[in-house]
Design a protein around this ligand. Structure first.
Ligand SMILES: COc1cccc(COC(=O)c2cn[nH]c2)c1
Length: 240
């Protein structure tokens, strides 16, 4: 059972977590999710969560006090704090697998110009903290990033995906992009499915898929062929 707590000033944004496969994971007891309004932990009449930045500059910064009290209330000895942020490390399938091993994830949804750095520094002294970026762009806040991260992580939990094989075929796990996929009809709008896929020759089909995956990766993501997760290319691959 994985426990997930999300702290946000827009709890309604996280409503999709109760739908579809994530909802099913909760119903089957694989996952338990709590969504919390950060303002719960404010003490002023206006329930203030932000203030002007020291050093000047545009926008507002999220105040440390509410976050500190939220983490005091939610953290356990086995908690990991996950902060979606433009300044985080790239979120990859490897990150998803690492997070899927956790027993308790606390997601902090930042808004405005960010969260007072002392919140991260204080948390890092008492639990693992993972700052992750989904990409090189800026969102209004971390809420939609949490929905993305939760999908990537929850589908890896045991019993969530019906057909375990589709996990095994995870293209990013093999360091390549997936080959193209087809289904019936055999011809659609004068476009035919590649004959090889209907040949029944599973050895040649596997070769065709590998070649297509290599071609597609070389064209669209050459970085994947040289980066840290580069696949081992055998002699037949080099022929491609
Ligand atoms: C923690 O402080 C902030 C401040 C502003 C927005 C956000 C949300 O994250 C992103 O915008 C993002 C995540 N990956 N790529 C972009 C967090």
């Amino acid at each position: 059972m994985m426990r997930v707590d999300v702290v946000t000033i827009f709890p309604d944004y996280l409503a999709p977590l109760s739908l579809s496969l994530i909802g099913k994971a909760q119903a089957t007891g694989v996952l338990s999710v709590g969504v919390h309004d950060l303002r719960t932990w404010t003490s002023d009449v206006h329930r203030t969560v932000d203030d002007t930045p020291y050093g000047g500059g545009p926008g507002m910064v999220m105040r440390p006090e509410p976050w500190g009290q939220a983490l005091d209330a939610l953290a356990t000895p086995s908690s990991r704090l996950v902060v979606p942020t433009p300044v985080g490390a790239p979120f990859t399938q490897a990150t998803a697998h690492a997070l899927a091993e956790s027993s308790h994830l606390i997601f902090a949804c930042g808004r405005y110009e960010g969260i007072d750095q002392r919140v991260i520094d204080h948390a890092a002294a008492r639990m693992p903290v993972t700052e992750v970026s989904l990409g090189d762009y800026v969102l209004f806040g971390g809420e939609v990033a949490v929905l993305v991260i939760m999908e990537a992580v929850v589908r890896l939990l045991p019993g969530v995906l019906g057909n375990a094989d589709s996990l095994a075929e995870e293209s990013h796990a093999a360091g390549l992009l997936e080959a193209p996929v087809y289904t019936k009809p055999p011809v659609w709008r004068d476009l035919a499915v590649p004959d090889i896929l209907r040949s029944g020759d599973h050895g040649r089909i596997a070769r065709w898929r590998r070649d297509e995956a290599l071609r597609r990766t070389a064209t669209r993501r050459p970085d994947m062929l040289t980066g840290p997760n580069a696949p081992d290319l055998d002699k037949k691959d080099r022929a491609t």
